[in-house]
Design a protein around this ligand. Structure first.
Ligand SMILES: [Zn+2]
Length: 62
C-alpha cells in the first residue's frame, strides 16, 4: 500500500492520495459527483494512459 501526499488538481491543497491515479482530494471528488464532469473528461485532462506506446484507456465519444 502506497500513500502519498499529493496536491489536488482542483483546489491545490495537499491530501492523502490512495493511488497514483487519485489526483483530486476527497472533498473535490464529492463535488465532482454533482457537477457534469464525466470520468472521460477527467481522463482527457490528464492525457491518455499509454502502455507500450499504445493508448490503453478508450475514451468514449460524446
Ligand atoms: Zn481538492
Amino acid at each position: 500500500m502506497e500513500r502519498k501526499q499529493r496536491t489536488c488538481l482542483k483546489c491545490g491543497r495537499w491530501f492523502d492520495s490512495a493511488s497514483p491515479a487519485n489526483r483530486i482530494c476527497r472533498k473535490c471528488s464529492q463535488i465532482n459527483n454533482k457537477v457534469p464532469m464525466s470520468e472521460a473528461q477527467l481522463q482527457r485532462q490528464r492525457g491518455a494512459m499509454r502502455h507500450n506506446g499504445r493508448i490503453i484507456n478508450d475514451l468514449p465519444e460524446e
